[in-house]
Design a protein around this ligand. Structure first.
Ligand code: HSE
Length: 403
């Protein structure tokens, strides 16, 4: 196959943009050159001569000698407008913007078909872990039972420092920010949004269903307390933020993002700091485990580079499972076993527990373990941030708990 020479217009020169630049400079095999970089902030000192930079997106988008746009900015709506314009001008696009991809996926797929260009976004989920291309090329949705993992480096870094080193939440988050793992608004990481966007992108390639992120329940680690960490330690668990997507029947999947207790015999137990890990469970391949750095300039830059390279060979996602259409529905009518730390009995009642298996209450610490329905959790999503509770999935299947 012939390899196209790429002239790249880069949008954004933050942590990932600089990471990509370093990675590209150290890659011998690839015929790609960054010819222009569009940035927003005129006052920031840059490590390249100013002649590389522009503040006007049209200088890249209207330049017919540029055949690939690499989009690495923060603002998802501005990113979508850049990516749309680039594709409509016949340019290929590589992006790491999970919010943009997850919230506009259907339209982005249509734009690719209409303009006969490729949009690649491996770096948007799991950073350095090549999970999207693997799901796209390797797994058949009929045989893929489920996928779960750690997809947010910042929360994993915070949880690792709290658990292993006894650090408090605020200083652990500060460290994650200093290392360049966190989003500009760290609430996106801490409250589970980032993991949810990544889960939605992954679901499109695992099952061919374009989930609306609004429809998917997410809950983060913002309300975790010393009591929760202590409980986990006493049981020999770690708490990890674990997005899940899996089949409930032949045509239906469910999915959600929740903190989860992870025991030492599980692959995810040793996925610490900013590392991410993904576990797939399939009918015949059985359990498989992918792990690697999930955040940071160089690991994310390496995934962007891999997409640039794939683009030079003419690779594009075919969305085969979406075309096959085997999976057609998403459901929230799904039972899960959770640990709920709470303060007020009235708040506990809102969860409509069935089958309670453990209960504890003293002056300072109350919790209950039992089965709840995801649809009730989802209906509480707007109240949850104001409630004095913390939720962790136990990881046990609700039907096994009953048995
Ligand atoms: N803020 C993200 C994370 C960056 O912590 O995982 C990588 O997507």
């Amino acid at each position: 196959m012939t390899r196209k020479e790429l002239r790249i217009g880069l949008f954004g020169y933050g942590c990932v943009g600089r990471g990509l630049h370093d990675v590209l400079e150290n890659s011998r095999g690839i015929k790609a050159e960054i010819v222009r970089i569009c940035v927003k902030d005129r006052s920031k000192e840059r490590r390249l001569p100013m002649s590389f930079f522009t503040f006007d997106k049209n200088e890249i988008l209207n330049d017919s000698s540029i055949n690939l746009v690499v989009e690495l900015i923060n603002d998802p709506e501005e990113a979508f407008s850049i990516v749309k314009q680039a594709m409509e001008s016949g340019k290929g696009v590589v992006t790491a913007n999970k919010v943009m991809v997850a919230t506009h996926l259907e339209e982005l797929v249509r734009l690719q078909q209409e303009n006969k260009v490729a949009l690649l976004y491996e770096a948007s989920a799991g950073a350095s872990i090549p999970i999207i291309r693997n799901l796209e090329e390797y797994y058949d949705n009929e045989l893929l039972h489920s996928l779960r993992g750690i997809l947010n480096g910042t929360t994993n870094y915070i949880l690792t420092l709290m658990h292993n080193e006894g650090k408090d939440f605020a200083s652990a988050l500060r460290e994650a920010q200093e290392k360049g793992f966190a989003e500009k608004d760290p609430g996106l990481d801490v409250d589970g949004w980032d993991a949810k966007y990544k889960l939605c992108i992954i679901a499109a390639h695992a099952y061919g269903l374009f989930l609306n992120p609004e429809e998917v329940f997410h809950y983060g680690i913002g309300k975790i307390s010393g009591n929760d960490i202590q409980y986990a330690k006493e049981k020999g668990y770690k708490i990890k933020l674990v997005p899940y997507v899996g089949k409930t029947d032949e045509q239906t999947i469910t999915g959600f993002v929740l903190p989860r207790f992870v025991s030492p015999d599980k692959y995810l137990y040793n996925v610490d700091h900013e590392n991410n890990g993904v576990i797939t469970e399939a009918a015949f391949a059985e359990k498989q485990f992918f792990a690697g750095k999930g955040a940071g300039g160089h690991p994310t830059g390496s995934a962007v580079l891999s997409d640039i390279s794939a683009n030079s060979y003419g690779y594009r996602y075919e969305y085969k499972k979406n075309i096959q259409g085997t999976v057609r529905n998403y459901t929230r009518d799904h039972e899960i076993e959770i640990y709920l730390r709470y303060h007020d009995e009235k708040e506990r009642e809102l969860f409509r527990f069935s089958n309670i298996t453990e209960f504890h209450s003293n002056h300072t610490y109350r919790y209950v373990i039992g089965t709840v329905n995801l649809k009730y959790l989802y209906s509480l999503r707007k109240e949850l941030p104001g409630m004095d509770v913390f939720i962790v999935a136990t990881g046990r299947k609700a039907d096994q708990v009953r048995a």
